[in-house]
Design a binder for this molecule. Structure first.
Ligand code: 5AD
Ligand code: SF4
Length: 445
């Protein structure tokens, strides 16, 4: 069956920040084709669901989202499933959900326009290739406007093969984007209004490349080059793997003020036996030693982590080691998840799968411990004078929310400042999830 060519689009991204970035790039690609953005999915002729495959719940959400793509008059938009579910399930998606018109993987989305043409003509439109030529070389330039805090993907894929994780299969092998392409995109983002850039990669600190002079560089070299970009006030990066945490990157934290004092360094578990079963290739102790060295370089650095509870075979004593590493590290914030068995990963076939009720109980205990640490970290900033980057409006009229250097959300009330401004504040109070600040002085963009 043929359809009329879509004129409007809506991209909805789920999951990680790299999906947010890919979603923006797909939007720019469709705009370059002459399509216009619609605010709501059901108002659009084409809906792109940019999906996440990391846990079973994330996948279930996508299928219920597809089910909701129906207008009151019975019609529906053209539906494209992009992202990691597309990569993992391929053509199976359109068999399970008949209303899906297009399936496109995370390394093939530059081909979305051709796939739309296929769908319009009633042809099968499935592309889960991982082509040798990078999509980044083909995508159009960045949009002329961006938010104050922008994402820039510099690295994709993962070679670590943690036994629970689908990423090495859905995103493919580790690939670094070239130096010049990154600097050009960073300049375009700053010209479009970005004050802060977060460099993204599944293993961002594994980034390697060569600079203009042909010298080998790591992520620290890239950060030093970005630091020289006029107008770029803040640099961040995420997500890092403990084994790729180089001395050079730690030195950059000590020496470069625009590199924000924040490090997301997942450990997943505090137990050596579980870390081994997860194939994490670091121990509890080697992780804690890295943290010590990072803190020696930048004493005020805020640390963040990811944790999985209920990995197959996890005993109560092993879980308690996870609780104790949270207390020992003194995290500023953490993400914690119940283990989710993923088809095709080695852990899915391991003995000792943990009962859901026990996972629930462990997650609650872990989250209580994390909340205590977050509150303590936030309370320690009360009385400090610091700078925040205003990013959005708050819930109440007159409120604005910005981010501190340590990535805390800070709520202020002020009339003569706006989104995109860097504002000097005194921190006056703190809860586990946000702070309030009083404006001292401000600089307009
Ligand atoms: N089950 C639960 N959590 C997972 N993560 C990755 N794979 C799984 C899984 N199968 C978590 C890890 C990772 C974060 C992005 O998601 O903590 O760091
Ligand atoms: Fe997944 Fe491990 Fe790679 Fe992170 S390092 S993306 S958890 S395989």
């Amino acid at each position: 069956m043929t359809q009329s060519p879509p004129k409007t689009y809506h991209v909805k991204s789920f999951g990680c920040q790299m999906n947010v970035y890919d979603g923006e790039r797909m939007g720019e690609l469709l705009a370059a084709r002459g399509m216009t953005a619609a605010d709501e999915s059901l108002d659009a002729d084409l809906v792109v669901l940019n999906t996440c495959h990391i846990r079973e719940k994330a996948v279930d959400r996508i299928y219920s989202e597809i089910g909701r793509m129906k207008r009151e008059d019975g019609s529906r938009p053209m539906i494209a499933v992009a992202g990691c579910v597309a990569q993992a399930e391929g053509a199976e998606i359109s068999r399970r959900a008949k209303t899906v018109d297009i399936v496109v993987g995370p390394q093939a989305y530059h081909r979305l326009p051709g796939l739309i043409d296929d769908a319009v003509a009633g042809r099968a439109a499935v592309d889960t290739d991982m082509p040798a030529a990078s999509k980044f070389e083909i995508l159009p330039g960045r949009a002329r406007r961006t938010s104050a805090s922008a994402f820039l993907t510099v690295q994709e894929g993962c070679d670590k093969f943690c036994t629970y994780c689908v990423v090495p299969y859905t995103r493919g092998a580790e690939v670094s984007r070239p130096w010049n392409a990154i600097l050009d995109e960073a300049r375009a983002l700053v010209d479009a209004g970005a004050k802060e850039i977060t460099l993204l990669g599944q293993n961002v600190n594994a980034w390697t490349g060569e600079d203009e002079a042909g010298r080998a560089q790591g992520l620290d070299g890239l950060v030093r080059a970005l630091d020289k970009l006029p107008g770029l006030a803040r640099i961040r990066y995420t997500t890092s793997h403990p084994n790729d945490m180089t001395q050079g990157l730690m030195d950059a934290h000590a020496e470069i003020p625009s590199l924000m004092p924040f490090l997301h360094l997942p450990v997943q578990s505090g137990s050596d036996r579980i870390l081994k079963a997860m194939n994490r290739s670091h121990s509890r102790d080697s992780y804690l030693r890295i943290i010590e060295r990072v803190r020696a370089a930048r004493p005020d650095i805020a640390l963040s982590g990811d944790f999985i509870v209920g990995f197959p075979g996890e005993s109560d004593a092993e879980f308690k080691e996870t609780l104790s590493i949270v207390a020992e590290t003194r995290y500023a914030q953490c993400f914690s998840f119940k283990y989710s068995s993923r088809p095709g990963t080695p852990a899915a076939d391991m003995d000792g799968q943990i009962a859901p009720e026990l996972m629930d109980e462990r997650l609650q205990r872990l989250q209580a411990a994390i909340n205590r640490e977050q509150l303590a970290f936030n309370q320690a900033t009360i009385g400090k004078r610091t700078q925040i980057l205003l990013e959005r409006k708050g819930r109440q009229a007159g409120q604005l929310i910005g981010k501190s250097p340590w990535l805390q959300s800070v709520v202020i009330e002020a009339e003569d400042v706006g989104i995109g401004d860097l504002v000097e504040v005194d921190i006056v109070s703190a809860g586990p999830n946000s702070l309030t600040g009083a404006v001292v002085a401000h600089q307009r963009a």
